[in-house]
Every structure is written in structure tokens, then in C-alpha cells.
Write a protein that binds this ligand. Structure first.
Ligand SMILES: NC(=O)c1ccc[n+]([C@@H]2O[C@H](COP(=O)([O-])OP(=O)(O)OC[C@H]3O[C@@H](n4cnc5c(N)ncnc54)[C@H](OP(=O)(O)O)[C@@H]3O)[C@@H](O)[C@H]2O)c1
Length: 394
């Protein structure tokens, strides 16, 4: 069924209860001739998963937190859906034999194992979980090449790059240019940044997203992770991947070719568009997202990134240059820092400071296996917690 134009594609959704997962299910429901849900996996939200099971009637549902399975059991029984739990249950969704495409939309490092598993089953993966590429890009590429699967990005920026590069030769590309809205604090006076609250930070000016990625957008670490993601997706070194601020978020990213010509992709900021592109690739067909409305007056601004305001971006470039386990360490330290900020244990400026401190202490090792990545991740989390407890950064 893979690739056949017009065929109905069976989709497994990892992280169905999250922001991307919910939007994907909305899209699938609106395109019943194109897509069908075959399996769903969630972390803890039993209520929502139960509603999704009743509505989409998948063959398999998984909840990572086994203690909450009781909340899904009745819905699964009624829908004739097998219910599995724990990490193994999530892996069963990732590798479901009937899935034509797996949407990897678990947040953070928890998505690493399931994404890796789907690629090792030779699946077509629609990738929202950028952390898997950041942490283990070389291993993901190797799994792709060995097992014959494919990877199409869901992140709107990488979807844009993927679309700009259709029909282009990668050796004729000069630069990839990722656009960033600049988040809620793009113009906040620098001396007020130390006092911003999690509630202010999660209020993204354009996109409505999960809490982790919203904080990452406010620090621009999200863009840093995307630079690393772009490196592994398209094979260009960090020096040829740039970031430019574009507050309107209409141009989702750009590619500069060897002759200086710049190709861009434009669209309304609605995640269902890149999700549709990734699930349906290589087919294009009408969907729920309205075309870009040029009858309204539009302003497109492009501004350089103020590196003092957004130190996290340079930390990500440094981790990419260092290579090996460094990007996994960057990601883990950032996850701890973001959680500490959300919990009120760390100030906003402390996020980049904590990541910098953990990176500073880390001597990157080679990545030969997933175990190396997981060890790097655990060590970084331990270090970050230690630094937090010593209150070296605040
Ligand atoms: N949101 C966006 O617009 C957007 C755009 C581009 C890329 N992304 C990327 O997409 C990914 C998801 O982001 P999001 O904003 O959708 O996050 P989110 O709203 O926080 O949702 C995260 C999802 O992951 C699930 N999950 C967490 N831990 C799990 C585990 N151990 N096993 C199984 N499932 C687990 C959660 O389940 P429970 O809620 O049930 O615990 C939830 O379904 C991230 O990597 C993000 O960077 C998001």
C-alpha cells in the first residue's frame, strides 16, 4: 500500500494525546478516504486515550503508565481493541505490522526508543519527535539505511525544507535557513527576562503547542534542536544551517542554492499541514488547512538573531560541532532545565546557564549504540540535578 496514490494509509500514532497527536487525529478523521488509525500510544492521559479509542477504533492501544490502564480498559473492550501497557506496549504500537506509517509524536527523550524501533521495522516514519534525531542522529540514519524505512519530518521548518528540496540535488544546496518566530520574549527588555514566569513563557505568539516545546521556543533551544535535526535529515554541516527571525511564521524555512537563489515554503501556521504532508508523502491532496490568503495585506519581516538574548542557540551549535554524545547531553540537560523552570525551581535565564554548565563538564564520547546515547542522557540528567541542588545556577 505504501506510496500508491489514493490508497488508504494505516497510521500508528505515538503520543496520540499530545498536541501533535490530537491534531493528527483531527486530520485523519477529516480525510477518511486517505487515512485510517491502526494503533495509538499515550503516556499517562487515560481519559483522552479512552475517548480516542472509542472514536477511532484502533486495533491496538498502549498506555505507558501501566497504573492508568484501568481508565482505558472499558473503551478498549467496547471497541474490540487490544490494550497493552508500559514501554513494551508503546514499542508494539511503533512496530505494529499493519501500520503503513508511524507518526512519532512522543515528547522528549521518551520518544527515542519507539522511533528507533519503528525505523528498525523498516517503517515509514513521520517524525515530530526531533529529540530522537538530536540524541541519536547517526544511529537513526543507520537504521534507515539498513532496514529500508523512510523518514519525513513533521516539524514545520523541516517540512518546508523537505518541500523546497523536492527535485533539487543536495550537492547544489549552499545553505539551509530555518525561520524562528522569536517566541514571546523577542522584544522583552533583556533586564526583565530573569523574572518571566512559566505562564508567560508558554504563551507562544503564533503556535499552540505542548509546554516543553513552547518553553524551548521562548529560549530558542527549539531552533537549536532543529539545527541539529536538519543536519541529520539533510546532511549539511552546522556552518551551512542558519537561523533567521521571522515573527509572522508564514515562511516556514528556506533553502539557498549554489547560484544564490533562495527557495521558500509559505503556509498558514497550522500543524495539520506538515502532518498531512508527512503522512501522505509523496502524494499531495486537498486537506483541512486553508491556503495562504494573499488577499489580506501581509508583512514579512526577517531579522538577525540577537545571540545575547538567545544563548541556547549557540549551545546547540557547539554541541553539534562537538558531536558524539554532546547533542544527547544538551537535550537531556535542557529537558531537566525546562522541567525545573516549569516547577518554579529555576529562573528563565537559568535554563541556558544550566545547559551550558552541564555541557562544560561533559567530555563527548563516541555513539556506537543506543546504550551510549542513553548513558550520556542519564549522566547529563544526574549532573543537571546536582548543579540544580547546589544552586550554582538560579
Ligand atoms: N506541538 C507542536 O506544534 C510541535 C511542532 C513541531 C514539533 N513538535 C514535536 O513533537 C513532539 C510532541 O510535541 P507535543 O507538543 O505534541 O507534546 P505534548 O503535547 O507534550 O504531548 C506529548 C505526547 O507524548 C506522550 N508521552 C510522553 N511520554 C511518553 C511515554 N513515555 N510513552 C508514550 N507516550 C508518552 C504524551 O502522553 P500523555 O499526555 O498521555 O502523558 C503525549 O501524548 C515533540 O518532540 C515536539 O518537539 C511539536
Amino acid at each position: 500500500m505504501n506510496g500508491a496514490a489514493g490508497a488508504r494509509r494505516r497510521v500508528a500514532v505515538l503520543g496520540s494525546t499530545g498536541s501533535v497527536g490530537v491534531q493528527a487525529l483531527d486530520l485523519i478523521e477529516r480525510l477518511p478516504d486517505r487515512f485510517e488509525v491502526v494503533a495509538l500510544a499515550a503516556g499517562t492521559n487515560a481519559d483522552l486515550l479512552a475517548r480516542q479509542v472509542r472514536r477511532h477504533r484502533p486495533r491496538l492501544a498502549a498506555i505507558a503508565d501501566a497504573g492508568r490502564a484501568a481508565g482505558v480498559a472499558a473503551a478498549a473492550r467496547e471497541a474490540g481493541c487490544e490494550l497493552v501497557t508500559g514501554g513494551q506496549g508503546v514499542l508494539a504500537v511503533a512496530g505494529h505490522p499493519a501500520a503503513d506509517v508511524v507518526l512519532a509524536a512522543i515528547v522528549g527523550s521518551a520518544g527515542l526508543g519507539p522511533t528507533w524501533h519503528a525505523l528498525r521495522q523498516g517503517k515509514r516514519v513521520a517524525l515530530a519527535n526531533k529529540e530522537s534525531l538530536v540524541m541519536a542522529g547517526a544511529l537513526m540514519r543507520e537504521a534507515l539505511e539498513t532496514h529500508g524505512g523512510s523518514l519525513v519530518p513533521v516539524d514545520s521548518e523541516h517540512s518546508a525544507l523537505h518541500q523546497c528540496l523536492r527535485g533539487e540535488r543536495i550537492e547544489e544546496v549552499q545553505r539551509l535557513i530555518l525561520t524562528a518566530s522569536g517566541g514571546p520574549f523577542r522584544t522583552t527588555p533583556l533586564d526583565e527576562l530573569g523574572a518571566v514566569t512559566p505562564e508567560q513563557a508558554v504563551r507562544h505568539p503564533v503556535w499552540e503547542m505542548g509546554r516543553k516545546i513552547s518553553i524551548d521556543s521562548a529560549t530558542l533551544m527549539n531552533k537549536g534542536l532543529e539545527v541539529i535535526e536538519a543536519h541529520w535529515l539533510f546532511g549539511l554541516p552546522g556552518e551551512r544551517i542558519d537561523v533567521v527571525l521571522h515573527p509572522q511564521s508564514s515562511v516556514h524555512s528556506m533553502v539557498e542554492m549554489a547560484d544564490g537563489s533562495v527557495i521558500c515554503q509559505i503556509g498558514e501556521p497550522d500543524m495539520r499541514a506538515p502532518i498531512q504532508y508527512a503522512l501522505g508523502h509523496p502524494d499531495r491532496f486537498p486537506g483541512p488547512v486553508a491556503p495562504f490568503d494573499f488577499s489580506k495585506a501581509r508583512t514579512f519581516e526577517f531579522l538577525p538573531v540577537d545571540r545575547r538574548r538567545f544563548p541556547s542557540l549557540d549551545l546547540a551549535y557547539a554541541a553539534l560541532r562537538a558531536g558524539g554524545t554532546a547533542p544527547a547531553v544538551l537535550n537531556a540537560a535542557n529537558e531537566v532545565a525546562v522541567q525545573a523552570f516549569l516547577d518554579g525551581r529555576l529562573g528563565f535565564l537559568g535554563i541556558a546557564a544550566l545547559v551550558a554548565e552541564v555541557l562544560e563538564r561533559h567530555r563527548p564520547g563516541p555513539v556506537g549504540s543506543l546504550e551510549d546515547v542513553i548513558t550520556g542522557d542519564r549522566t547529563a540528567r544526574r549532573e543537571a540535578e546536582e548543579i540544580l541542588s547546589m544552586k550554582v545556577v538560579t
